[in-house]
Design a protein around this ligand. Structure first.
Ligand code: ZN
Length: 205
C-alpha cells in the first residue's frame, strides 16, 4: 500500500493530467481489469467529497476502477456514517490517505449562508441535518467584513467547512486517531476549482 505522501503525489499528478489534457480514457478500465478487481480492492486514497455533479472525483484525479474509495455527500460533511465508511476503508484496506474535498461555489455552503441570513420554517428536517453540520464553521464569518463581499464570503466558508470536516475526522474517531498516531494515516483538506479544474491541497496539518 502507498504511504500517505506517495498517495498524495499520485493524486496531485492525476489532477495535473486532468487539467492539462482531460481524463485519460484508458483509466476507465477494461473488462479484464474489472474482472481482476472483483477478487479484491486496494484503493490508495479515501476521498470525502461533495455530491455536486460538477465534481466527479475519479475523473478530476484521472483515476480508474479500484483506485479511490469515495464517499460523496452534499457539503462534504462529516456525520457518523461518513466516519464509519472511512474507518472501514482505512482498517480493511490499509489506505493511508484521507482527503476532504470541497469545491468552489458549493451549493450546500450557499444554502447554509442563506439559511443563516433568512431562516426558513419550511426546510425539511433531513436537509436541515446537513445545514446544521455546515453551520458552526461558517456562522462566525457573517459577523466579519466578509459579509459585504459575497464571493469572498463563499470562498472562505468553503475552506472553513473543509477544515472543520478534516479536523472532525482527525479528532472525532478513536480508530482514525489511533491510525494517525501509529500507522501513518493522514487526513488533509483540499478544494477543487470548478473554473480551472485544479485541486489545491491547502489543509495539510
Ligand atoms: Zn458542493
Amino acid at each position: 500500500m502507498l504511504s500517505a505522501d506517495e498517495a498524495l503525489e499520485r493524486l496531485r499528478l492525476g489532477n495535473r493530467r486532468f487539467v492539462s489534457s482531460g481524463p485519460t480514457l484508458e483509466r476507465l478500465g477494461s473488462h479484464r481489469e474489472r474482472e481482476h478487481l472483483a477478487a479484491g480492492q486496494h484503493p490508495f486514497a479515501i476521498i470525502l467529497g461533495c455530491s455536486d455533479s460538477r465534481v466527479p472525483v475519479e475523473l478530476i484525479f484521472d483515476q480508474g476502477f479500484g483506485d479511490l474509495f469515495v464517499i460523496r455527500i452534499a457539503g462534504n460533511i462529516v456525520a457518523p456514517s461518513q466516519v464509519g465508511s472511512i474507518e472501514f476503508a482505512a482498517e480493511r484496506f490499509g489506505t493511508r490517505l484521507v482527503v476532504v474535498l470541497g469545491h468552489s461555489r458549493c451549493g450546500a455552503i450557499c444554502a447554509t449562508l442563506e439559511e443563516l441570513r433568512r431562516p426558513s420554517q419550511k426546510q425539511s428536517r433531513n436537509l436541515r441535518s446537513i445545514v446544521d453540520r455546515v453551520r458552526p464553521s461558517v456562522e462566525g464569518l457573517l459577523a466579519t467584513e466578509l459579509r459585504h463581499n459575497e464571493e469572498a464570503l463563499v470562498e472562505t466558508a468553503v475552506r472553513a467547512n473543509v477544515r472543520a470536516s478534516a479536523s472532525h475526522l482527525r479528532r472525532g474517531s478513536e480508530v482514525l486517531e489511533q491510525l494517525i498516531q501509529s500507522d501513518g494515516l493522514r487526513v488533509i483538506g483540499a478544494e477543487y476549482s470548478l473554473e480551472s479544474g485544479r485541486v489545491d491541497f491547502f489543509d495539510r496539518t
